[in-house]
Design a protein. Structure first.
Length: 154
């Protein structure tokens, strides 16, 4: 289950059902038997820059950060996968640059974040190929037009 947090001004522009469907589809295609708990926070460039500096040592805004925190609640048995932070401002710029609607970009960033929470990465060529192929397959399933959006490793 996806919990979405944002300021009211941002929340008014979101298609919550579309994001929940994207989360469910990604988790299903990743092979989860039940829907894990994921928290998605939509924020601004300033806030994501602070997190990026604190946790990755990179002093700049980015589009999405994932914080894996996988555990199983001993009382409910529910799996909690982690937290995803998306900069609404960066996502808006990227959507405009692609000539796409904002929700397509946020949906892609959510899927990307979920793949990271599931343990995937794109630091090596092999990891990048696997993660890119799976991200594109999920986005295709969602009828999202974005493909090949993960930068190749250097």
């Amino acid at each position: 289950m996806l919990t979405i947090k944002s300021r009211q001004a941002i929340r008014k522009e979101l298609d919550i059902k579309r994001l929940q469907r994207a989360g469910s589809t990604a988790c299903n295609l990743l092979g989860f038997d039940t829907q894990p708990q994921i928290t998605l926070q939509l924020t601004d460039d300033r806030t994501i820059r602070e997190f990026n500096r604190q946790y990755r040592g990179i002093d700049e805004a980015t589009d999405v950060l994932s914080f894996e925190n996988a555990f199983i609640d001993p009382e409910s048995g529910e799996t909690y996968l982690g937290d995803i932070l998306i900069s609404y401002e960066t996502a808006r710029r990227q959507a405009d640059a692609r000539g796409l609607d904002m929700m397509a970009e946020i949906e892609m960033l959510l899927v990307h974040g979920i793949l990271h929470l599931a343990g995937m990465d794109h630091a090596s060529r092999a990891e990048w190929e696997e993660m890119s192929a799976l991200q594109d397959a999920i986005l295709k399933e969602l009828n999202n037009p974005i493909r090949k959006s993960i930068h190749e490793p250097v």
